[in-house]
Design a protein around this ligand. Structure first.
Ligand code: HEC
Length: 118
């Protein structure tokens, strides 16, 4: 990971699909990733299969309790150095999410915006 890539990821907000039903001219463009719309669904789909029961970061699928379990692995000052990001993209364990993928970027975007339970 070069400093430029880090910067690019930092500056790139998640481009989550907003659907086609918004009113014309509405701002349906870039927004920071949110816990409920972006990050928690990724964790449920890509991580919970292993991360349950006696595992570290044991997830249940409940957004509120999963938030408390995940927050200790975040790093809002340096999202790419978070255990959450490093684990997901293969620096701390087997790569689950490709670096630079939309899902990995959602983690970064969410942490850069404060890792809020939003
Ligand atoms: C194939 C099984 C598997 C999947 C899928 C998986 N993990 Fe893990 N994860 C592990 C195992 C096993 C450990 C504990 C041993 C280790 O750190 O290698 C772990 C540890 C972790 C830790 C704790 C690391 C530490 O240093 O305490 C975090 C955070 C983590 N995983 C995040 C994730 C995230 C985020 C995802 C989904 C994007 C994910 N994992 C998907 C198996 C998995």
């Amino acid at each position: 990971m070069t400093p430029h890539m880090v910067l690019a990821l930092w500056l790139a907000p998640a481009c989550a699909p907003e659907g086609d039903s918004g009113p014309a001219g509405a701002d349906t463009g870039h927004r920071p990733a949110t816990w409920s719309a972006d990050v928690h669904p990724i964790l449920t789909t890509s991580c919970q299969g292993c991360h349950q029961g006696a595992m570290p970061m044991a997830l249940t699928g409940d957004p509120a309790s999963d938030y408390d379990v995940v927050v200790p692995y975040t790093n809002v000052a340096d999202p790419e150095r978070s255990t959450l990001y490093e684990a997901a993209t293969g620096l701390a364990h087997a790569s689950v999410l490709a670096e630079g993928s939309e899902a990995a970027q959602a983690f970064v975007s969410w942490m850069a915006a404060g890792a809020r339970e939003d």
